[in-house]
Ligand binder design. Structure first.
Ligand code: NIG
Ligand code: FE
Length: 400
């Protein structure tokens, strides 16, 4: 297989914790980043990483050599939470919110109407445009949810389109109760667990439910997640976004891979997460766009909870696809160090998707990596709003 040596890496953030034991300069110099090497090189063979080490020991004879010129290199971002299949526009809702209107989950319904009306080709074109946008900002793996169709036909189209762009597809029929089921939420849940799940399960890997006042109760969410599990889908949960509810407890009870939002948490929620395999995925684009208080990442990290960062890219609560922005917000607003934020946006996302082939730069892992336009991972927070992706490889193939 063809080999490529990337040399001249000023700061290599590997997320490989085993390196911290062997590298003499510890974490304090690295802003809390994990497994940092300075003056490093990486050898890629085919779609995998073959070797990682210092420039002086780099193997000779690679088919191609790229000099990073002293730049920082990090694993590609893993965006474990997006809603990229939708029609319509909600900029007016955003504008109203910025002048004082509250965010309500009900806004989702306007996107549902637009998505049903859009037609498959329009949805596909818009989806692909958003995927390009994500990639241009350094995202090498991303999850996509359905949830703006909310009838069997449109949900099936949504998961099929999502499957064209990623293996990480989530069926979110339980996003909100659509208008035609107003006042009949339990009947809608029957549809989600029956005909809709039949149509969507073959294209999905995950099942999700929005467990929140104004969306679905704990009991309804549990029914949906268990029905999905019976069909081989693994659970993840939207919870504790708008208030302290039972979403986190349900996610832990079901050993969900992740519970996402986690903005309002009780001490019991934090303790439950700390004692579980469930990742807390924080979505600070939502707090930015809804003017809610940011989640307290420090509290979760200090309790020993595994934290991921994701964009939640969607037309209502967070219409950004920028993982660098998530890192910047996490550092500025949520008490994370630069290194913790980069870990959460890469290795943390991989954990939230139960993937052990990505999120870490180490031999045997997928060659998904990003050369930053700057000498340190800290630039992601230090230079907010600036394009910082110099070059990127996905599975050993350069993205141009
Ligand atoms: O993750 N929380 C529920 N769903 C989306 C919001 C969707 C919308 O407002 O359209 C979210 O924030
Ligand atoms: Fe979401």
């Amino acid at each position: 297989e063809r080999t490529l040596l990337i040399t001249g890496i000023g700061e290599l953030v590997t997320n490989d914790a085993t390196l911290d034991a062997t590298v003499p300069i510890g974490r304090s110099d690295a802003g809390g980043a994990v497994g940092v090497l300075w003056n490093a090189a990486v050898l890629i063979e085919g779609e995998r990483i073959a070797w990682v080490g210092s420039v002086q020991r780099a193997p000779d004879g690679a088919d191609a050599v790229v000099d990073a010129g002293g730049a920082a290199v990090i694993p590609g971002f893993v965006d474990s939470h997006t809603h990229l299949v939708f029609g319509g526009d909600r900029s007016a809702e955003f504008t109203a919110r910025m002048s004082g209107h509250r965010y309500e989950a009900g806004g989702i319904r306007s996107t549902v109407a637009a998505t049903r009306a859009a037609g498959e080709e329009v949805l596909r074109t818009r989806l692909h445009r958003l995927v390009d946008e994500l990639r241009d900002q350094g995202t090498t793996t991303f999850e996509v949810k359905s949830g703006y169709g909310l009838d069997a036909a449109t949900e099936a189209i949504s998961v099929r389109l999502a499957r064209e762009v990623t293996p990480e597809v989530t069926f979110l029929g339980a996003h909100v109760v659509p208008p035609e089921f107003e006042g009949r939420a339990d009947e809608y849940v029957d549809l989600v667990c029956g005909e809709m799940l039949d149509a969507c399960a073959p294209h999905a890997r995950w099942i999700d439910a929005f467990c929140e006042t104004g969306a679905f109760t704990v009991e309804q969410s549990r029914r949906v997640l268990e029905a999905g599990s019976m069909r081989g889908l693994m659970p993840r949960v939207h919870g504790n976004q708008l208030g302290a509810g039972g979403g986190v407890a349900l996610a832990v009870e079901l050993s969900a891979a992740s519970v996402d939002h986690c903005t309002f948490l009780s001490d019991a929620d934090v303790a439950a997460l700390a004692g579980s395999e469930t990742v807390a995925t924080l979505l600070p684009g939502v707090e930015f766009s809804t003017k809610q208080p940011y989640p307290d990442a420090r509290r979760l990290l200090d309790a020993g909870v595994t934290v991921a960062l994701a964009s939640d890219c969607n037309p209502g609560s967070s219409f950004t696809s920028s993982m660098p922005l998530m890192v910047a917000l996490a550092v500025r607003e949520m008490g994370m160090t630069t290194g913790e934020a980069v870990w959460a946006a890469t290795a943390g996302g991989a954990r939230a998707l139960r993937r052990d082939d990505i999120g870490v730069i180490a031999p045997g892992r997928r060659a998904d990596l990003v050369v930053l336009r700057g000498p340190s991972h800290a630039y992601l927070a230090y230079r907010p709003g600036v394009p910082l992706i110099e070059r990127m490889w996905m599975g050993g193939v350069e993205h141009c």
